[in-house]
Design a protein around this ligand. Structure first.
Ligand code: AMP
Length: 284
């Protein structure tokens, strides 16, 4: 496995791979890898000849109130995980390599969906995400790129960006990997105490309850949102940020379920801000 530190060397490695007829599978991450990331690498391993992973804590997607320096990092451990997953190349640049001369002057506007939900709670977050993903895809070149449904709004915006800007990547969405009790795997779960870890299951429990209500015939999204908020609100260690039920194709909030919709929740549990979501499929 090759560990690459510069954009130039990473670009060259990807160009060489394609010249040799090898299709590139690319998994961008912030590092501190877990089984969610591993599922993306495994999918890429199945579908591509060469698997590349990037590990970069992108300062651009953290707000001024968020501590980018405190984001968990362990490159040695991450490299061990990549090696085990059969990754061919890891791109691990530092911030100066990615943004020589400081933050970029030209950035990618994530569109109207970028200002809602996560974007409303974390102003500038999706501009930072869109910009770094566009940059990474620019360096990698034509590839399949793998993203988790765990960050459904991010996946939606990346799909839109690639479509609207004609970027030469095929974006592949991958299902959320969960702990046995339903908690979605996240690097941020490491911030939780044992008690907070137990409380954090309220996000998935609320989503599962909403899916259960939909299975039972509930189609009123206001009832679903109220139930999501009530469930998370009942957990004393959780501070609710938002609940939403959006159309799967537009990410617009809906009043009634007339097709596939996605329930999304965000809450702070102790020091960690957690997000989760679940697809709601009305049977009619
Ligand atoms: P991150 O390092 O948190 O930016 O995540 C890198 C990629 O892994 C993103 O596409 C995430 O959506 C995805 N990811 C994170 N957690 C999970 C999970 N529990 N299941 C599946 N994919 C995930």
């Amino acid at each position: 496995m090759e560990v690459i530190r510069t954009r130039e060397a990473f670009r060259e490695a990807m160009v060489e791979a394609r010249a040799a007829g090898r299709g590139v599978g690319f998994v961008p991450t912030l590092g501190f890898l877990h089984d969610g990331h591993r599922s993306l690498m495994a999918r890429a391993r199945e579908e591509a000849d060469l698997v590349a992973v990037s590990i970069f804590v992108n300062p651009l997607q953290f707000g001024p109130a968020e501590d980018v320096a405190a984001y968990p990092r362990d490159l040695d451990r991450d490299l061990g995980i990549c090696e085990k997953e059969g990754v061919d190349a890891v791109f691990a640049p530092d911030a100066d390599e990615m943004y020589p001369g400081g933050p970029p002057e030209v950035t990618v506007d994530p569109g109207p969906v970028g200002n809602r939900l996560e974007g409303a709670s974390r102003p500038g977050h999706f501009r930072g995400v869109s910009t770094v993903v566009a940059k990474l895809l620019g360096i990698v070149g034509p590839c399949r790129a793998y993203f988790g449904e765990k960050d459904a709004q991010q996946l939606f915006i990346v799909l839109r960006m690639v479509r609207d800007l004609d970027l030469p990547a095929e974006i592949v969405g991958c299902p959320t990997v969960r702990e046995r009790d339903g908690l979605a795997l996240s690097s941020r779960n490491t911030y939780l105490s044992a008690e907070e870890r137990r409380a954090a299951t309220c996000l998935y429990e609320a989503l599962a309850r909403a899916a259960w209500l939909v299975e039972g015939g509930e189609r009123d999204a206001r009832v679903l949102r109220a139930e999501l908020a009530r469930r998370i609100g009942a957990e004393p260690l959780a501070a609710l940020d938002y609940v939403a039920v959006v159309d799967e194709d537009t990410f617009e909030e809906v009043d009634r379920l007339r097709g596939p919709a996605r329930a999304l929740v965000a809450a702070r549990v102790g020091p960690a801000r957690l997000i989760d979501n679940l697809l709601l499929r009305p049977s009619d």
